[in-house]
Ligand binder design. Structure first.
Ligand SMILES: *[C@@H]1O[C@H](CO)[C@@H](O)[C@H](O)[C@H]1NC(C)=O
Ligand SMILES: *[C@@H]1O[C@H](CO)[C@@H](O)[C@H](O)[C@H]1NC(C)=O
Ligand SMILES: *[C@@H]1O[C@H](CO)[C@@H](O)[C@H](O)[C@H]1NC(C)=O
Ligand SMILES: *[C@@H]1O[C@H](CO)[C@@H](O)[C@H](O)[C@H]1NC(C)=O
Ligand SMILES: *[C@@H]1O[C@H](CO)[C@@H](O)[C@H](O)[C@H]1NC(C)=O
Length: 496
């Protein structure tokens, strides 16, 4: 155990003892004046138009079209919300809700059909130009994610994120995006939730490309981190001076709470869980290397299993330097919390490597998603952990939201309650704890294709009728709630 690890552990003990898990003390106050509000979406989840106007196939096209569908309702993003044709309606919804910015992602294979810069698809460029120009004409700032899970299929053919050659392809793709759109786009996110890309795509196999392996997630993470660093350094070198924008990454993390906060072994296990989840990607970007506890445990377990080398690759000095400090801001996607107990495990791979077991309390309110329980105080705790671990970086909440089903329709009171309680905890993190949070992004603008869950789980503030060829959008109760929250920029005290 490194000195740094013990120190962070001690800080956490203190935090857990002093901060009560009680959010009934609602804070009536306002966000800072320059605080910004937005909605997020992702290309594959909303665009549709999977095979038109020169777009190449991506790994989600292939995954959803398999004979035995890995998607719970057998659906795909072939049409989704048809935002490729209805983007002006989306802009109208954004404008009506009064957002400051819109976070959306570019489809790599719509711009570069085989993933490489050999062929540029002009009709893809045209689509994003029209979207960006419509946003700006309506006073909405574009925030662009380069990669939200839809890898060009041709690159998967040579190993995708597990082949180091992907790093150069990603840099070339980033150069294209900065060159064509950077005159108007000033907020860039290189990658969305690399944890999910690598663990769900290459470890558990529930996301494209559907691989199950104890080794691939670590290799994927290694190349994805180098890809992030390359895209960040490219902007810093060739674009920052002329375009004046910012580049960051979006990492997902729940909060990991010790089952028994008074038991030091539980506290240490919970710290390990958050280091494996968030630290896996953030430590290289903030400190130039993986968390020491990952190095120690994974090296030890790999050796015990008789592997030739550790499952966890090492950065050489060049990549450590490229990664170290490669951020202008940190993006956080947060949804829920888990309880953690220590457990000595021998199952090879990401879960077993941590020597923990996690679960969720049966008392926490549910959503339509099995993994998403409503735990508003966990949001404040992960923001404080980030502040304490990385020196209070500029933090943008790039996703936060709640799922329900067809049954709720537009009467989504569960989503209203979720947004109220989570954003109030964010306000406490800013006002009471000094966390440096500057933007908040609600997931999502509209119901959309929820990956392996198809259309069975809805996250939108606008209802989309997926049986209607016109994909009509209807505001839900939560849209009205968020519109008021954005306009008030906080929570006005109740009238006496
Ligand atoms: C939560 O806080 C409120 C007000 O601060 C207090 O009245 C209530 O007893 C607390 N509840 C718990 C479970 O600690
Ligand atoms: C493609 O990327 C390479 C760098 O890997 C660069 O040398 C080349 O000029 C790029 N080609 C185009 C058409 O942009
Ligand atoms: C990695 O990709 C390159 C092409 O970019 C290919 O030549 C090579 O065979 C690939 N390696 C593996 C292990 O698939
Ligand atoms: C990362 O950068 C910081 C600040 O510049 C420096 O103190 C630290 O030594 C660097 N870490 C590595 C591994 O080079
Ligand atoms: C794990 O193993 C260590 C070393 O054998 C032991 O001290 C510890 O109590 C074990 N922990 C659990 C939770 O079983």
């Amino acid at each position: 155990m490194s000195p740094k690890f013990s120190m962070v552990g001690l800080v956490l003990v203190a935090l857990s003892l002093t901060s009560a898990q009680n959010d009934s003390d609602f804070l009536y106050d306002y966000f800072p004046e320059d605080f910004e509000w937005g909605f997020a979406t992702a290309s594959y989840q909303i665009e549709g138009a999977w095979n038109v106007d020169g777009k190449g196939q991506n790994i989600w096209d292939e995954f959803t079209h398999r004979n035995v569908s890995p998607i719970v309702d057998g659906s795909s993003g072939d049409v989704a919300c048809d935002s490729y044709n209805k983007y002006l309606e989306d802009v109208e919804l954004l404008k009506n809700t009064g957002v400051n910015f819109y976070r959306f992602s570019l489809s790599w294979s719509r711009l570069l059909p085989d993933g490489t810069n050999r062929t540029v698809n002009q009709r893809g460029i045209d689509y994003y130009n029209k979207l960006i120009n419509a946003l700006i004409a309506n006073g909405i700032e574009p925030m662009v994610t380069l990669y939200h899970w839809d890898l060009p299929l041709a690159l998967q053919g040579v190993g995708g994120w597990t082949n180091e050659t992907v790093v150069q392809h990603f840099e070339n793709y980033a150069r294209l995006a900065y060159s064509y759109f950077g005159d108007r786009v000033k907020q860039w996110i290189t990658l969305n939730e690399p944890f999910v890309v690598c663990q769900l795509g290459h470890g558990d196999g529930v996301h494209a490309p559907g691989h199950t392996s104890p080794v691939e997630p670590y290799l994927c993470a290694h190349n994805i981190l180098k890809s992030h660093a390359s895209a960040y350094r490219l902007y810093e070198r060739d674009f920052k001076e002329s375009q004046g924008g910012q580049v960051g990454v979006t990492l997902d993390s729940g909060w990991y709470e010790p089952e028994d906060p008074n038991n030091p072994d539980h506290v240490e296990a919970a710290e390990r869980a958050v280091l494996f989840k968030h630290g896996w990607y953030a430590f290289p970007i903030f400190f130039g290397d993986y968390p020491p506890v990952m190095r120690q445990l994974i090296d030890q377990k790999s050796e015990a299993e008789g592997l030739q080398e550790s499952r966890l690759p090492e950065f050489d000095n060049y990549w450590s330097q490229q990664l170290n400090g490669s951020y202008d801001f940190l993006g956080l996607n947060h949804y829920t919390t888990e309880l953690v107990v220590p457990e000595n495990r021998t199952d090879p791979g990401y879960s077993g490597d941590q020597n923990t077991r996690t679960y969720q309390s049966a008392e926490w309110p549910e959503s339509a998603s099995s993994w998403l329980k409503v735990v508003p105080w966990g949001f404040r705790k992960i923001m404080n952990w980030i502040k304490n671990t990385y020196g209070n970086p500029t933090l943008y909440v790039t996703e936060n939201g709640f799922s329900d089903t067809d049954a709720e329709g537009v009467n989504d009171q569960g989503r209203v309650d979720y947004y109220r309680d989570y954003t109030n905890n964010m306000l406490k993190a800013i006002k009471l704890d000094g966390c440096n949070i500057k933007k908040y992004t609600a997931w999502s603008l509209i119901d959309n294709f929820e990956w392996a869950r198809g259309y069975t789980e809805r996250f939108g503030a606008h209802f989309v009728d997926f049986n209607d060829p016109a994909r009509m959008r209807t505001p839900k109760r939560s849209q009205g709630y968020l519109k008021q929250l954005f306009a008030d920029n906080g929570f006005p005290p109740p009238k006496q």
